[in-house]
Design a protein around this ligand. Sequence first.
Ligand code: SD4
Length: 329
Amino acid sequence: MKRRKFLKNSTTGTAALMTAPLLASCKDENTKNKGANDKSTPVRPIVVCTWNFKNASAKAWEILDAGGSSLDAVEQGVRVEEADVTNETVGKGGRPDRDGNVTLDACIMDKDGNCGSVVYLQNIAHPVSVARKVMEETPHIILAGKGAEQFAYEQGFKKEELLTESTRKQYEEWKKNSKYETIINIENHDTIGMLAIDKNGDIAGACTTSGMAYKMAGRVGDSPIIGAGLYVDNEVGGATATGVGEEVIRTVGSFLIVELMRQGKSPQEACEEGVKRIMAKNKDRNDFQIGFLAINKQGETGGYCVHPGFTYREFSKAGHMNNEVTSFY
Ligand code: SD4
């Protein structure tokens, strides 16, 4: 049965948060950012990211609060998760494909509509930074596989083993049955998509992932595809996605959500419509999760997902919080 709840929020792990040095200057609040719903007062700076990535959002906030650009904020923010080997869905320590290779997808987009992306990148721990180099140093937008890796080395990135002891063991275990399954809310965090508005009111976004665990070799998801896993239009807002990328690509989800906001929908309404479009194409199936997150130029935020469990973290002067979003089911 379809049910709609109002956006809830929770501040989990407040005690742990208070010990983190990055957060020392910010208060942790239990209430939704009030300014975010007041259309007359744009909320800036502000950063939001998929799931409750406290350290990543705090890093981005540190940059925004110091007057840095939204582009730097999202790059540096998502790098925190790329470096965290305990996060087995992003960057180093991400789960491999079915041949045992860790292949990473990431993209970044700035206020001027410039964008860069890497797909199927191996042996490099920070795909988002390679994506930024593609954006800034090449005439192209997407580099794939060996070409992307070669470009990364030319740009000074170091070769690294991305498979960890933990993911290697899980892979060996997986090989016993070799069954490809899309797990809903894996680890309760997966791909990180981040959207930020800086003090100038400029919007940027980034998205990075190791993709679906045990995917076919060569598979690329939505996360590095501009318009699918991420889209930013500085006049309107930005959107990002997590979940089964194939479904997000079929609706060009993030672009759709930004266009719906351009037509007057709130971020919340636009995310709901995005999920409904996906479900309309999946009348016989609901065994997958999709979570959309959006922000508009005013700093209003919203999210919606197929199944309960998806959350997004929001960080502004009003505080930082983990928002549970409403779901289609
Ligand atoms: C993908 N959207 O590769 C990514 C992965 C993800 O939950 O978000 N997993 O399809």
